[in-house]
Design a protein around this ligand. Sequence first.
Ligand code: HEC
Ligand code: HEC
Ligand code: HEC
Ligand code: HEC
Ligand code: HEC
Length: 470
Amino acid sequence: MRIASRCSGPFLGLVLVFCPVVVALAEGPAGGDAALGTIPYDRFETDDVCAACHTDLAAQHRESLMAQSFVHAWDEIEYFELALPHSAREPKVAGIRAGCIGCHAPLAFLAGDIPPKRPSEGTRANEGVSCDLCHSITGFVGDTPFNFNYVAQPGEAKRGTRAGVESAYHEIEVDPFLGTAEFCGTCHNEKDPWGVWVKATHLEWRASPQARAGIVCQDCHMPPAEADPAPGGSGTVHRDVRQHLFHGAHDDGKLRGAIEVRIHPRETEATPGSTVTFVATVLNAKAGHMIPTGSAEERVVWLHVEVIDAAGRRHHLPVQPKGFPGEEMTIASREALAYQDIGEIRGIENFIGLARDGMVPDGDRIFRLPYLDPKGRMTVAQWNTASFGPDYRLAPLEARTETFTWRIPETAAPGSLKVRASVWYSRLVSSVGAYLGVPEEEWEPVLVARHETTLKIDAPALGRQEAQRR
Ligand code: HEC
Ligand code: HEC
Ligand code: HEC
Ligand code: HEC
Ligand code: HEC
């Protein structure tokens, strides 16, 4: 079911003013901002109930970030220590008070429990994106899924895509909507109070080769396996039971190999004193959207290239700039500062900002989309984003090439020179993580890909001539 709406779209906050009237006229069930406070907590069953029969699916879901979308440490810090104080201080972003919760603690949003209590209080907000929430979604409001515009209608029937199965505990409503990317898009696309698409995983997917091939989010994040979906009930074995992994950037196994890298020297031999060129090719080989996607304001993905001579001496090579506008934001700099808006958000005067690139070594290429605050400075607050810098992320099944040059020092050891290219991924800029007291596992770098090749360094030219004379 799709519910047509004449709302221009549920912008965080703004719609609270304009939409309720329209929705009331339409007399349909609400989605987005208009659904705030429309469904009490007790209309949803808890995950424990489902886990009694759906043993493994429940255990998988429990491990995923979606089950922790409200209690996860960084989420708690960003909502309670940045977003909530900012919403009180700045009228333009007042809507995020409830808006963040529409995706991160949907049961609390629908119950009107805003702001929810801290996770330590143990309220039902802690359930996050729960079984019964997803399995009660019947469609979305409007044409484009975004900003929690899902329509939830909890009840006896649990919705799924498989026809012909039965449960003694609940009714089953077969609904192909759960098998679509739009279902996920209701929370994986986000427009902020400035009207900027600060999260666009579903929109990126729509333009991908995977979408053209009919491969949806569920195929990669809920892969089918032979199993009984309800071993604790009276379930039956199917060949293609949707595994509830929802694995993404917080799963090192999912990250590793998602990007591929190869590096080659243009020359096969070189002499000390001459200049050699290396070209690295970096490819988003496995994701049906940009890498990084979603919370791209926080993620840092970078390419590090070094050479190691036969004597074990290492040299780090900075990337050669290409010359596009805004490129400086994609090359790591130890001096650059950013995130000055944290000062305004928290009411700290003369806050000079934090290291823009955290721990990334000077001169490394960063594959990123810079989020810019209303004053044009880089920010990790997606709700405070008024524009973007250049989009230098990795598009699905598209490669980027990066060039590195090195003048071989006279002192370089002759013999085999190793050239090593590594791609690293950090879920959060380390400077921001350390400053806000976010647990280190949230920002420690993960090695995603590495490739090595060699180049022969000849003995110095003079030495060779002498050798020939002898
Ligand atoms: C008493 C056991 C039991 C409990 C409790 C239970 N289920 Fe089920 N459920 C089943 C069985 C059995 C099936 C059918 C499995 C099969 O044979 O494929 C099923 C099927 C489903 C399906 C698949 C529908 C389809 O057509 O794809 C969904 C979705 C579902 N359950 C959701 C839930 C949710 C959400 C909860 C908790 C609110 C829940 N179930 C609690 C036993 C249970
Ligand atoms: C983020 C939303 C989401 C959450 C959370 C979620 N599910 Fe699902 N579930 C889905 C979708 C989507 C499908 C169907 C995918 C498809 O067929 O393409 C599905 C399928 C199922 C099926 C049918 C499996 C099969 O292939 O026969 C069962 C049973 C089920 N879910 C139970 C649960 C239980 C129990 C929980 C909580 C432990 C849960 N789900 C949490 C989205 C969700
Ligand atoms: C009701 C809103 C909602 C729906 C619907 C939803 N998600 Fe999510 N999803 C979230 C939120 C919120 C997070 C962020 C969790 C966090 O880090 O706090 C998230 C995180 C994720 C992650 C990231 C995990 C990681 O390791 O970083 C993946 C993957 C994901 N979702 C996949 C899906 C897929 C696939 C679907 C559709 C089948 C879907 N989601 C539907 C709200 C939703
Ligand atoms: C072809 C397979 C594929 C498809 C299709 C796909 N993904 Fe992913 N997704 C991946 C891989 C691989 C990763 C790990 C790399 C990464 O984190 O960027 C990932 C990562 C993610 C993450 C974590 C990103 C982050 O930075 O935290 C989210 C969220 C996500 N996907 C959601 C979705 C949604 C929603 C859809 C559909 C609109 C989708 N994915 C479609 C393969 C896929
Ligand atoms: C439209 C739904 C939506 C809204 C609104 C939303 N989020 Fe999220 N949020 C997500 C999804 C989905 C992810 C996971 C994206 C990914 O990993 O690519 C996420 C990720 C995050 C993360 C990163 C989690 C991690 O572990 O890296 C934080 C922190 C966060 N959100 C906080 C907030 C705050 C604070 C607000 C309000 C200002 C907010 N979110 C509004 C859907 C939403």
